[in-house]
Design a protein around this ligand. Structure first.
Ligand SMILES: [Zn+2]
Length: 296
């Protein structure tokens, strides 16, 4: 758990990092209380606390419904219960949403009206920001484009059959099963029989290795098509790309070219660009959220 402080108009400053008590609600509350006490001197008692976390919060009930890495927290009305326990207003948002809000506010997408921030890392996720505000959809699910089957059954040149791999969500053939970093590795294994780290596959492609190049070409073909559909449906002015694979500027540029070749909007400007805020995007997005709430 990273902990930071932010004042209106200033950059968030990380001041602490502690292990997340993932299995116990009481320990989680105690850890947050300790962080607030340790760093709260000189801060107003009612300064809001905003939390960016992996997991889905239902915006209607406030209940954390899904969080595979935080079993002790699931089922709790996070914001409401923490507001009482900590004696200050608490806001909770999904980490991909916070990433998108951060990139839209002070990162790659600043100044753009519609920003769809996507994460291509261990998994695939995203968040939508319109007019500087996070879009919080039904059941807290917006921008989760990793889960939904890839339509293509053939890809590559010459074309080969693309397998329907099982996804962590229980469905078959989701974009995440071939489009995330782990998915790229699965795709490479399927195509070549070789086990390689996603970073090594991207590096091999960059170095001109034909085997890695074929995997990346098929990866781009499979991921660009659903992304182009999303761009047509949502209309983002910019799509910042974060996560492990998003840190490869050449890969983002190649995906950008592939997506722009399939969308209705004609633009010579890059649409998909590398995210700018790195691993602190969650912290920054949470701070933006809290300051927005305060300003209302
Ligand atoms: Zn899935």
């Amino acid at each position: 758990m990273k902990f930071g402080l932010a004042r209106s108009g200033e950059a968030v400053r990380q001041v602490d990092q502690v292990p997340t008590p993932a299995h116990s609600w009481a320990d989680f509350v105690a850890a947050l209380a300790a962080l607030c006490a340790r760093h709260g001197e000189g801060q107003p008692d009612d300064a809001p606390l905003a939390i960016s976390m992996a997991g889905i919060v239902d915006p209607d009930s406030g209940i954390l419904t899904t969080a595979s890495n935080l079993p002790g927290l699931v089922g709790h009305q996070l914001a409401a219960e923490l507001t009482v326990a900590l004696g200050r207003p608490v806001r909770v948002a999904n980490d991909a949403d916070c990433f998108a809000l951060a990139e839209a506010s002070v990162g790659a997408g600043r100044g753009r009206r519609v920003v769809f921030g996507i994460i291509i890392g261990t998994g695939i996720g995203g968040g939508l920001v319109v007019g500087g505000r996070l879009v919080s959809g039904a059941a807290g699910i917006t921008g989760e484009w990793g889960h939904g089957a890839i339509v293509k059954t053939m890809a590559g040149s010459p074309p080969i059959t693309i397998p329907r791999l099982e996804c962590g969500c229980g469905r078959m053939g989701c974009i995440e099963t071939v489009g995330s970093a782990r998915g790229l590795e699965r795709l490479h294994r399927y195509l070549t029989g070789l086990t390689a780290d996603s970073r090594a596959i991207v590096d091999g492609w960059q170095a001109g290795d034909a085997t890695a190049g074929r995997t990346i070409a098929i990866f781009l073909e499979l991921v660009a098509e659903p992304l182009a559909l999303l761009v047509n449906a949502i209309g983002p002015h910019l799509v910042p790309v974060g996560g492990g694979l998003g840190s490869s500027a050449p890969l983002v540029a190649a995906l950008d070219m592939a997506v722009r070749g399939q969308i209705l909007r004609r633009t010579d400007e890059p649409l998909l660009v590398p995210a700018e805020l790195g691993s602190n995007a969650g912290l920054i997005g949470a701070a933006v959220l809290a300051l927005q709430d305060e300003g209302q």
